[in-house]
Design a binder for this molecule. Structure first.
Ligand SMILES: NC(=O)c1ccc[n+]([C@@H]2O[C@H](COP(=O)([O-])OP(=O)(O)OC[C@H]3O[C@@H](n4cnc5c(N)ncnc54)[C@H](O)[C@@H]3O)[C@@H](O)[C@H]2O)c1
Length: 321
């Protein structure tokens, strides 16, 4: 008797990954460590061999750092390699497309995957900036297509954006959410599809300014990296940018916007971006922050931030030897 086919989108569904580069092999680690069977396929056969070597190194490192309970070889035994696209995706319950960031390649390959995959199986693209409405527009089964954009590497950055197009079936979004959450990823569903999504829009805002500052001779590359690594980024390793300014200013984020909003507005205008923080917008952001952190808890949260940063700094010192 053959095993019944797994339900597409079920938390224990087998995973297919097309493209075994940096992201594809990292997703394989995410799902295999969560106990799932993974099949990898890459058009370049040597890419699969190097993916296997990389995955073993990653799993060994995770184990050494106490982030993996299982033996690395046992985890790797759940990953297999397919000779062609059809055998990779034909039985999968969820498919990650992780090929290079090229809209024509993604469009062609998504149509090919759609032709081989079982009905109802979701096709998530790791696309960094190209929305599904662009690369999947002409795919027959486009209602099962969406973007599942990870941070690199997803076995460490455990939050992922899910970006459906207007034509994506809400059931596909829900299936992607449950399957990725079951693999230990925090899922953020982006409510409006836009180029670059949210992760790379945030990253892009900083990177665009960094390029301008280097271009204008204000600081050099290493100085920018030091300011982010030891300043902004250190803080962002425990709290996000809204919580940062909320905790930096006595009186919270509303007072921050009053004191510093005009300066940020002028900085934006210098770069040709005029998006003032209106009273209504600040009120909405303040409302959301106060729901997350009532003002009476502010002082304790500042102390928590400082103590958590102390732990991060201590770990960084240990890592530096
Ligand atoms: N590297 C990052 O930091 C990062 C982060 C998030 C998302 N992404 C996105 O993830 C995707 C993959 O990026 P990456 O960094 O892993 O790229 P990569 O170059 O490391 O890997 C891409 C792989 O796709 C394979 N490939 C190309 N055409 C193929 C085909 N027709 N069939 C099967 N395999 C094929 C290549 O041989 C290669 O091994 C891109 O869309 C990228 O924008 C990258």
């Amino acid at each position: 008797m053959t095993d019944p086919a797994p339900k597409p989108g079920a938390a224990d569904a087998a995973i297919a990954i097309v493209g075994a580069g940096s992201i594809g092999s990292s997703f394989a680690v995410v799902h295999a460590t969560a106990g799932r069977a993974v099949t990898l396929f890459d058009a370049a056969s040597d890419a699969m061999q190097s993916a296997e070597e990389r995955m073993l190194l990653t799993l060994t490192d995770l184990r050494e750092h106490g982030l993996l309970d299982e033996d690395p070889a046992a985890v790797l035994a759940r990953v297999s390699f397919a000779d062609d696209l059809e055998s990779a995706v034909g039985k999968a319950g969820f498919i990650h497309e992780c090929v290079s960031e090229n809209p024509d390649l993604k469009a062609r390959l998504t149509a090919e995957i759609d032709a081989c995959a079982r009905r109802g199986v979701v096709i998530g693209s790791a696309s960094s900036a190209i929305p599904a409405s662009e690369y999947a527009r002409d795919v027959a089964g486009r209602s099962r297509c969406l973007v599942t954009h990870p941070g690199n590497p997803p076995f460490l950055l455990r939050v992922i954006e899910i970006v459906p197009a207007a034509f994506t079936d809400p059931a596909a979004t829900a299936a992607a959410q449950s399957i990725l959450a079951a693999a230990g990823l925090e899922t953020i569903v982006v409510r409006k599809e836009l180029r670059g999504f949210v992760f790379n829009r945030l990253q892009g805002a900083l990177l665009r300014e960094a390029y301008c500052l280097v271009r204008d001779g204000v600081v050099d590359v290493e100085e920018i990296d030091a300011l982010v690594r030891d300043g902004l980024g250190l803080r962002w390793s425990v709290i996000g940018p809204f919580e940062t300014v909320d905790l930096n200013t006595r009186g919270g984020i509303e007072r921050h916007a009053k004191l510093l909003g005009p300066a940020y507005e002028a900085m934006g205008a210098e770069r040709g971006q005029h998006d003032p923080w209106t009273d209504e917008l600040v009120a909405s952001v303040t409302r959301q922050r106060r729901a997350l952190l009532p003002m009476p808890d502010w002082e304790a949260r500042v102390r928590w931030r400082d103590r958590t940063l102390m732990q991060v700094l201590a770990a960084r010192r240990r890592a530096a030897g």
